[in-house]
Design a protein around this ligand. Sequence first.
Ligand SMILES: [Zn+2]
Length: 281
Amino acid sequence: MLKDMFSKKKKRYATIPSERAKIEVPEGLMTKCPSCRTIMYTKDLKKNLSVCRTCGHHHRMGAWERIEALIDEGTFQEIDADVIGGNPLAFPDYEKKLEADRKKTGLNEACVSGVGELNGHPVVLAVMDPQFRMASMGAAVGEKLTRAIEKAIELKHPLIIVAASGGARMQEGMISLMQMAKTSAALEKLDRTGGLFISVMTHPTTGGVSASFASLGDYNFAEPKALVGFAGRRIIEQTIREELPEDFQTAEFLLEHGQLDRVIPRLEMKDTLTTVLAIHQ
Ligand SMILES: [Zn+2]
């Protein structure tokens, strides 16, 4: 119809323009839940292990925050804190980026590892931190994980790795990809000595990390709605020329298809791990 051509376009109102929300919410003091948009005290959110009290959304968690949530107070001893990455391929500006992330996170690299107790059970724990280079697996991360695995073999302690990763560290090219084989080979050794490995995948665990050690657990667990997968949705859709289901690559989807043993809410994680450790004691 002719009159339709002149009808006014419906105005669309965004709920809160994110730019304005940023200005109104003092940084650090308040956090806005990306899922339900509730604005809450950051302190209160952290008290609840960074799980939204309104909708249950699992916010991103730093490595030390995670260690605090899992390990008994005063029992954690960090290992290999001095293992740091270089710039093996002389990739432009890579050192600057590493330095900036070190300053931002207070971490040397995207992984913190150590020995501690989980409800009284001695464990070796390695945690990846997505705030550092998206926890991509460069040589230093691969080395720290491998040493953690070897430590578990040496001490005969169960090993828990909390994975999160954007995948390979692109600035380290082939050297980054080699870490997949290196960590997997170390886990094979752990397996042969009868060691226990529990893999906990958090949002997001993708690329070479999901395709190597993170999927090799005696138990493979994930947090609710965590994105776990190898290649991105768009690449797969373009390759197979098919539309993928909405929940593709979520923890729940993988559980349903037999690739995970359980999806465990963060607030139940420590208790569930305790049960598993007690069974294998
Ligand atoms: Zn929420």
